[in-house]
Each structure stands twice: as structure tokens, then as C-alpha cells.
Ligand binder design. Structure first.
Ligand code: IMP
Length: 422
């Protein structure tokens, strides 16, 4: 067994990483979040109780698993404290929670700036989650960000005061309300006091765990086509939810990484703006949305739905070095009588299987589809791939054949147990 396994989203997020993470966490000693912030979200159902996770690795539900928020994450302290309180209220211990000294803090001005920037973009808006994620990463790279270690130190008020004064100038120039530095500092000093006991040097912590032979699971957030470098820029998030972000967001080395699981759905979905070549903005898309309950966990927005794009999936497999696929909602797609899968793009009369994130190019491409028979029937109790109906086997075999990576998990229903482990 490898020391570090990774779970990544493949397309535009919301692929159901939580379910795979939930299973793999039971086999891991440590669960780590490496990038993003509370723009991410997954819900885990345990004994009839739903837990919504935005920042804390969901591995914390296992009493023996250490949960680490790595340096690559941007933390809204208010949201994190709410999550901690929710867990505690349900009798889940948070003694095993560790927050990196080097993660960056989201402050109210980041959220205000996120909204202001979106409003200014008008019809070119990105469709952000308005959680302040982009502006917090901007400050990180501008080197005026406030890291957790600054946040819990007496320096915090000084740093916050400078930043608030600078941001207020921007808010003022747009005729927006400004922030009162004293009240923000007072409120956030209290949050810092609550979070301080969880703060550690997570880089050394993780490497000590490796030396002790502990098994680590990195819980990816968002997904590859939302990656700031490899996604459909500018319709992306502000971090690297790809394999590189796992290393830079945790301090773990590339050589320690073993399995890299790419999670996808048997169809495609997206929230926010941006190109989505296989989108079905029609009755088929509406049917998939209803069958798959495709409404955002974090924002409740209806998701755009369409067919699975294998050209994009191949790109995702290459970038991340994916070693195994986890395909959710095979039961959902199997409710349709006919299923399409994109196996090539036609561009100016030429056919390619190379994905591109060039927006003009993508907009000029038309998808080439292969059609499969659906009507898989009820597969929720199937526990072996061999026992799946023939139509489902044909569908899954074609995906594997196209991208050259084996399917390791097959989602057969919404429940925790409704999954075939190959
Ligand atoms: P931001 O991350 O809030 O800046 O939003 C940028 C883009 O990424 C928007 O299209 C969001 O809808 C999308 N996005 C961010 N996080 C997630 C996620 O966890 N799932 C799906 N889409 C996301």
C-alpha cells in the first residue's frame, strides 16, 4: 500500500468525492485538505444524520483519523468554527483536528471584494461562490495575506488594520459601504482565540506521521477543469485542485503519493459560467438534473447538466497521473433509455481527441458522440462489477478503454453502501 492516496475531482466539481473519501478514510490514519476553502462542500450521511463539510476533512468522522487543514487552504474562521461546533454538538470529537500555521485567513473584506468584482464583471461574471476565495488567494500572492500564524499572534490587529484601510479605499471608490476596523478586529480576535488550540506546523506533523508508517488520504476539493492553470480560465477557481496543489498545499512530496483516484459522474454537470461542450440545455439536461438531484450543496444553485466528455477526461487523467477512476451516478445515467458519450471534437472539419482550454477553440468545436443503451434497471444492490447488467458493463468498458485507466469504484445509488469496489 502506498503512503499517500489522493482523491481528485475530474471536471467541474460536485462529482461525489465525499462518498469515495468516506470509504477511503476508513482505511487511512490521516485525512488532509490541501486547497480551496468553503467554496467546496460535501455532505456525508451517517446513521441518518447529515454532516455538511466545507473545510474540515470529513475523515474526522472516524474517531481515530487525524484531520489536517493544510497550508494551501484559505480559511473563513467563522465557517470553520461553525463546522467545529456542529460536529461537537453531535458528539463527534475534534481533538484530532490540526490547522496549518501557513493557511491563509478569509476576512470580511475578501467576501465583499468577491461580490464587488463579480458585480463589476457584469455579463462576463465568473459565477463565483461569493465566499471570498479568489480575493483571499490574491492577497496571498500579493503578500499581504494574513496567515493562521499571524491571525493567532498579537500582530493580527496591526496587519488587519492596514489591509482594512487599503480595502476601504477601494470600497469607497465604488460607493460601497466600508468596514469598521475596530469591530472586525474585535470579532476576529475572538475567532483566533477559539481556533488557536488547533494550530500546528502541519508540514512536520504530516512527515512525522509518514515516518510512523501512518496512511494519509488527501481529500481534493473542486476539480481539474476549475484549476487556475489547467482549467477553463477565467471560469475557474483561484487555486490548483490538481495533483500539484496536493503537494504545495500540504508539504507532502511527490514520491510519497501512490494512488490518485479521479472522481467523475457517469454524466457531466457544472455550476457557474464557462464553456461546457457537452451541456444539454434541453429536456435531456433537465431530466439528468432531476434524476441526479443536481443542485449545489454550498449554494443550492441548479447545475448545468450534460453528457460525459471522454476527451476532457483523458486530459484530466494525463495532468493528474490518475491511477483509478471512481464513477458515481451509474444508476442515474442508467435510468435513461439511451446514453451518449463524447469521444472526439470536430473543429473546422477536423477531428481531434485533444482537449483544449482555449475558450475560442472550445466554442468552435462540436462534440462527436457515441450512443449506448441505457435502462440498467435497479443496480443499487449489485456488489460486483461482473453482476452488473450488460449495458452498464459496455458503458464502463468504453470509458476505461478510451482513457486507459481502470475503474476502481462504481456508484450505484445515493447511499454510503451503494458502491461497487472493484
Ligand atoms: P470561486 O471558487 O468561488 O472563486 O468560484 C469560481 C468558480 O469555481 C465558479 O464557477 C464556482 O461555481 C466554481 N466552484 C468553486 N468551488 C466549487 C465546488 O466545490 N464545486 C463546483 N464548483 C465550484
Amino acid at each position: 500500500m502506498s503512503k499517500v492516496d489522493v482523491v481528485l475531482g475530474t471536471f467541474f466539481g460536485d462529482e461525489g468525492k465525499g462518498k469515495i473519501i468516506d470509504y477511503l478514510a476508513t482505511k487511512s490514519d490521516v485525512a488532509v485538505r490541501c486547497s480551496g476553502g468553503n467554496n467546496a462542500g460535501h455532505t456525508i450521511n451517517v446513521n441518518g444524520k447529515k454532516y455538511a463539510f466545507h473545510l474540515i476533512p470529513s475523515g474526522i468522522l472516524n474517531s481515530n483519523t487525524k484531520a489536517v487543514i493544510g497550508n494551501g487552504v484559505v480559511i473563513d474562521p467563522k465557517v470553520l468554527i461553525e463546522e467545529i461546533n456542529e460536529l461537537k454538538a453531535n458528539g463527534i470529537s475534534v481533538e484530532n483536528l490540526y490547522i496549518s500555521t501557513k493557511a491563509h485567513i478569509i476576512l470580511p473584506y475578501h467576501i465583499m471584494m468577491d461580490k464587488l468584482l463579480e458585480a463589476n464583471r457584469g455579463s462576463n461574471k465568473i459565477g463565483t461562490t461569493a465566499r471570498g476565495i479568489g480575493p483571499a488567494y490574491c492577497d496571498k500572492y500579493e503578500r499581504c495575506g494574513i496567515r493562521v500564524e499571524d491571525f493567532i499572534s498579537p500582530e493580527f490587529s496591526k496587519l488587519a488594520r492596514i489591509n482594512i484601510a487599503n480595502k476601504n479605499k477601494v470600497f469607497e471608490s465604488y460607493g460601497y459601504e466600508t468596514l469598521n476596523a475596530d469591530s472586525v478586529i474585535q470579532e476576529y480576535e475572538e475567532y483566533a482565540r477559539i481556533l488557536k488550540p488547533y494550530v500546528v506546523d502541519t508540514v512536520n506533523l504530516l512527515h512525522d506521521y509518514l515516518d510512523e508508517g501512518k496512511k494519509i488520504l488527501c481529500e481534493g476539493a473542486q476539480a481539474t477543469l476549475l484549476d487556475i492553470d489547467f482549467g477553463t480560465y477565467p471560469f475557474v477557481t483561484s487555486s490548483n485542485p490538481t495533483i500539484g496543489g496536493i503537494c504545495t498545499g500540504s508539504g507532502l512530496g511527490a514520491k510519497d503519493i501512490g494512488e490518485v483516484y479521479g472522481v467523475l459522474k457517469a454524466y457531466a454537470s457544472k455550476v457557474g459560467e464557462g464553456p461546457f461542450l457537452t451541456e444539454q440545455d434541453n429536456e435531456i439536461g433537465d431530466t439528468i438534473r432531476e434524476l441526479g438531484h443536481e443542485y449545489g450543496t454550498t449554494t443550492k444553485r441548479p447545475r448545468r447538466c450534460g453528457w460525459l466528455d471522454l476527451v476532457a477526461l483523458k486530459y484530466v487523467v494525463r495532468i493528474n497521473g490518475i491511477t483509478g477512476l471512481a464513477i458515481n451516478h451509474v444508476d442515474t445515467i442508467g435510468k435513461l433509455p439511451k446514453i451518449k458519450v463524447c469521444v472526439g471534437y470536430e473543429h473546422n472539419g477536423e477531428v481531434t481527441t485533444h482537449y483544449s482550454t482555449n475558450l475560442d477553440y472550445i466554442n468552435e468545436c462540436s462534440p462527436i458522440y457515441e450512443e449506448f443503451d441505457g435502462n440498467f434497471g435497479d443496480i443499487s444492490n449489485v456488489k460486483s462489477r461482473n453482476d452488473l447488467p450488460e449495458n452498464a458493463k459496455v458503458y464502463l468498458n468504453r470509458i476505461e478503454e478510451f482513457v486507459g485507466v481502470p475503474v476502481k469504484f462504481i456508484g450505484t445509488g445515493a447511499g454510503r453502501e451503494e458502491m461497487i469496489i472493484c
